[in-house]
Design a protein around this ligand. Structure first.
Ligand SMILES: [Ca+2]
Ligand SMILES: [Ca+2]
Length: 357
């Protein structure tokens, strides 16, 4: 009970601090445990002729992440989305308890991140300007932050890591809309700088204009060379919604100089402040229909005044001395329809300022 009171006390402190827009990272020791928080703000300029959002400036996203550790093995994670504009659902994005009885074993309950392909699972999409791929956005449109209500077990053993989860299958902040649960699993193997992984998501859903639940399956795989922020990777995803089959794949190069010449990368600090990313993607929303694929080529350049990376800080791993992290980004997405007669003016230019504090 004491822990509970302290937790809410910590939350009210957090809102007061946010209101003051203080630019220091919160980390406080309470008698009942450790409390950490950080926040992300993204201001954007978008030129997008297809949606009519031409020349628009916006506060694209605002998030607060909070972590409370009442004891070493237990962490409460909370993530609040504070604006409605581009976050599909305002409010709780994540809210779960993580119990870690051993170094590499976790049990989670609540509004959890689903254990899937490592990159989707680990990356917060807004920390990576290319964001989630179009394929993933289309296949997981009910779970924009890859979260759902359920239980998960995650572990690592030698070169293998993986996880299993049982979730509602309806996305965050929505009650289970079918009687069946959805089963999610992931398995990956890591050699030196090389990762091979796959996932399976099997469940059901209620589609618009259907009174009964129908199949919702997702399968995918990844191949990745290099570390998390400097890699070359490819992913494939396949979806089934009732009888409709869709699929997509992409290949992405992220600051790959670090893979080919780690020495040069380490030596030239200015280079670490710039982060170029390029991705080529193809998505087919219906395999049985001809000529409706779309390809997207995305190019982005990020610049950070400091060499610190933006991250979702796990509890207790950042110190207030690190202060705010700022990143400036520019991105261009060129989209091309497979049907030559049906080309759309849907290329998008985005410029963004992102602040984590
Ligand atoms: Ca369900
Ligand atoms: Ca097709």
């Amino acid at each position: 009970m004491k822990n509970k009171i302290s937790f809410f006390k910590a939350l009210s402190t957090l809102s007061a601090l946010s209101a003051l827009s203080t630019l220091s990272l919160g980390a406080a020791e309470y008698s009942a445990g450790t409390f950490n928080w950080n926040s992300h703000l993204m201001f954007r300029y978008t030129a997008d002729k297809s949606t009519g959002a031409v020349d628009s400036f916006s506060l694209h996203k605002a998030y607060v992440n909070a972590y409370f550790k009442p004891m070493p093995e237990l962490t409460a994670h909370l993530r609040l989305a504070l604006n409605r504009l581009h976050v599909q659902r305002e409010g709780l994005g994540r809210a779960y308890l993580d119990y870690q009885p051993l170094k590499y074993w976790h049990f989670q309950a609540g509004l959890i991140p689903m254990p899937m392909i490592r990159e989707i699972y680990l990356f917060e999409p807004e920390l990576d300007l290319l964001g989630r791929s179009q394929t993933v956005l289309r296949l997981f449109s009910n779970e924009p932050g890859n979260a759902d209500t359920g239980l998960a077990a995650l572990g690592r053993w030698r070169q293998f890591d993986g996880g299993v989860a049982l979730v509602n299958g309806s996305g965050p902040n929505i009650a289970d809309n079918t009687e069946a649960k959805t089963f999610v699993s992931r398995l990956a193997v890591n050699f030196e700088g090389l990762r091979l992984g796959g996932y399976a998501y099997t469940g059901d859903q209620i589609l618009p204009r259907r009174a009964y639940p129908v199949t919702k399956n997702r399968f995918g795989g990844e191949l990745c060379i290099g570390a998390q922020d400097q890699n070359l990777r490819a992913e494939y995803h396949r979806g089934q919604d009732e009888t409709t089959l869709s699929q997509g794949w992409f290949i992405q190069a992220d600051m790959i100089l670090g893979i080919f010449s780690p020495e040069a990368y380490r030596k030239w600090e200015w280079l670490q402040r710039f982060r170029p990313i390029i991705r080529f993607e193809s998505f087919d929303p219906d395999i049985k229909t001809l000529n409706n694929r779309q390809t997207t080529t995305s190019v982005a350049l990020h610049y950070s005044p400091s060499t610190l990376g933006l991250s979702e800080a796990p509890a207790g791993t950042r110190s207030s001395a690190q202060g705010a992290v700022i990143r400036l980004s520019a991105q261009y997405d060129a989209k091309r329809e497979e049907d030559q007669k049906n080309q759309l003016r849907n290329n998008v230019f985005t410029a963004q300022i992102q602040v984590q504090f």
